[in-house]
Design a protein around this ligand. Structure first.
Ligand code: ZN
Length: 183
């Protein structure tokens, strides 16, 4: 995946913020959760720095722990144990962050391949194999059908963003009408 991780994180965190017990949070708290989700959605690819600068492209970056679902599941469980009773704010920030990182694993399973059964198996699971053929490797992915999936995710996130802004304006307009009653 190239362009869909950030918008997917936006969609995942918006969906989580819409859940019953989080719906009552302030707009500021909801915004913080959405930002956490968007960072979580792209953080696994920070391993590209290691891939290029330290590992010198010796191993595929999907083999690093940052792209192992088991790492994120265990990290989320530890986070839940640490924060569930101490701070619901931090619990939800970590849960939304981790869920978006797991969403990253799902999206990377379309063509890149993810080791879903690690450490039991080292096999990469992917929906489709992208054939090489273009002189610039990125074009192999851009011209593949999975890129349409990315476009759908980007478009959906754009629509949800516009819809929430509109809902926010209506809400603000409603409030200002209410205030005008008390002037
Ligand atoms: Zn990735």
């Amino acid at each position: 995946m190239f362009i869909a991780h950030l918008p997917a994180g936006y969609l995942i965190s918006k969906a989580m913020v819409g859940m019953n017990h989080l719906r009552r949070l302030s707009q500021h708290a909801k915004r913080r959760l959405v930002v956490a989700g968007m960072i979580g959605a792209i953080i696994p690819d920070i391993d590209l720095l290691y891939f290029y600068l330290i590992d010198h492209r010796q191993h595929g970056h999907h083999s690093y722990w940052t792209h192992l679902p088991i790492f994120w599941v265990v990290a989320m469980l530890i986070w839940a144990v640490l924060f569930w009773n101490r701070s619901r704010t931090w619990f939800w920030l970590g849960t939304v962050f981790g869920s978006s990182a797991l969403g990253h694993m799902v999206l990377d399973s379309t063509a890149g391949g993810i080791r879903w059964l690690y450490p039991v198996s080292l096999e990469y699971f992917r929906l489709a194999h992208v054939q090489a053929g273009q002189s610039w490797w990125v074009m192999n992915f851009v011209l593949h059908w999975t890129f349409w999936l990315e476009i759908v995710i980007v478009a959906s996130a754009g629509l949800v963003f516009l819809w929430s802004r509109r809902a926010g304006y209506i809400c603000m307009a409603g409030k200002s009408d209410l205030y005008s009653l008390y002037r």
